[in-house]
Design a binder for this molecule. Sequence first.
Ligand SMILES: NC(=O)c1ccc[n+]([C@@H]2O[C@H](COP(=O)([O-])OP(=O)(O)OC[C@H]3O[C@@H](n4cnc5c(N)ncnc54)[C@H](O)[C@@H]3O)[C@@H](O)[C@H]2O)c1
Ligand SMILES: O=P(O)(O)OC[C@@H](O)[C@@H](O)[C@H](O)[C@H](O)CO
Length: 389
Amino acid sequence: MTPRRTVRMLHLGLGGFFRAHQAWYTHHASDRWGIAAFSNRSTALAARLTARAGLYTLITRAPDGDRSEVVESLVAAHPGGDHAAWLDYWRQPELAVVTLTVTEAGYAHATPDDVGTLRADPRAPVATAAARLLAGLVARREAGHGPVAIVPCDNLPGNGELTERVIAELAEATGHSAAARHAAYVSTMVDRITPYPTEEDPTAVVTEPFTEWVLAGDFPAGRPAWEEAGARFVADVTPYEDRKLRLLNGAHSMLAYAGPPRGHGTVAEAVADPVCRAWLAQWWEEASRGLDFPEAELAAYRDALLERFANPRIRHTLAKIAENGLQKITTRVLPVLRAERERGRLPEGAIRILAAWLLHCPQAALADLGLADDGELVAAVARHSRELG
Ligand SMILES: NC(=O)c1ccc[n+]([C@@H]2O[C@H](COP(=O)([O-])OP(=O)(O)OC[C@H]3O[C@@H](n4cnc5c(N)ncnc54)[C@H](O)[C@@H]3O)[C@@H](O)[C@H]2O)c1
Ligand SMILES: O=P(O)(O)OC[C@@H](O)[C@@H](O)[C@H](O)[C@H](O)CO
């Protein structure tokens, strides 16, 4: 029998993307690291994964067929509320890497409750991602073990620097600054289109064949040999991040806000519409200016993106992509819009995304009323909004 993997990696955010990306790279690295993953709050998925010893199926869905594999790197799954287990992993000398997929909202500052708790007793349960990470670092330092690498894998520019800043500010406010320095913060560009899991088996995840991971930073206690699965380690992740966040995620945001008023519910439906494709081309032209890659490489990247978006067998819903719009527009569209204005241009592609987002904002209210899934009704509301000016 193959020996069980030792937990050397912790993950926060037991979503579909973690299972399609970081866990998959770790599964394909020959050094066989084990991962213990925690949900944010929910208990059901962790229980299901625990019942099958962490094993789950990853379905790689190409336009012409599926490939299934059982991923073995996840060896323990816990509900986020199990704070005692969380701190215990940090106290293990073997722990070396902590990855995160907590969505853009997960990088918010800790709540006043968490700040008070960390000041009074850093072992007591806390809820926000920043507070959980700092509590872990305090536990590790107290246990006398060396620093670990913290590796955020969310679509935010400078995600390593951002995480370091949020934790340092919290540490300063709670008297744990030395613990905040007990880590190296790694910045990453992550890419693999992974729709929200809707399979009959909720542990299974469907993803696309394309995958990319570019990382910059130190790993003071080592790391899995992710490069064996294609990960790249670079000195500066910024150019890769700018290219991906603007061309892929910026385009996703455009489709997410401009697609539904034209009756589209998924990325593939929207890019089959010549009008949306023309809007996409206009955005890409503006967003490509200033990216630090040769034009031929950018053209190939955009062509590949169009093929990925058009994969008719990946059901990537625009409603899910539209979430957390303010943060996404701020980091992906505004820099392009501002740069174009500085060049004296009126960037119609970027302005269209802004306009579509402003039009979409009332949909958050429709979601609160439980009406957001009725595409025809949503389109009619948008039509009325336009008529009302
Ligand atoms: N799905 C993709 O195609 C993809 C690709 C690249 C990057 N990402 C990044 O991964 C993130 C998660 O994507 P997913 O597809 O796994 O989504 P998901 O909805 O399946 O999972 C989201 C995870 O984040 C956790 N979470 C949500 N809000 C949180 C908070 N405030 N604090 C802590 N944890 C929180 C949830 O518990 C859940 O585990 C995205 O927001 C994005 O930044 C996703
Ligand atoms: O929530 P976001 O915008 O960070 O992500 C929504 C999608 O654009 C995103 O998940 C992409 O599918 C992904 O970034 C592809 O790698």
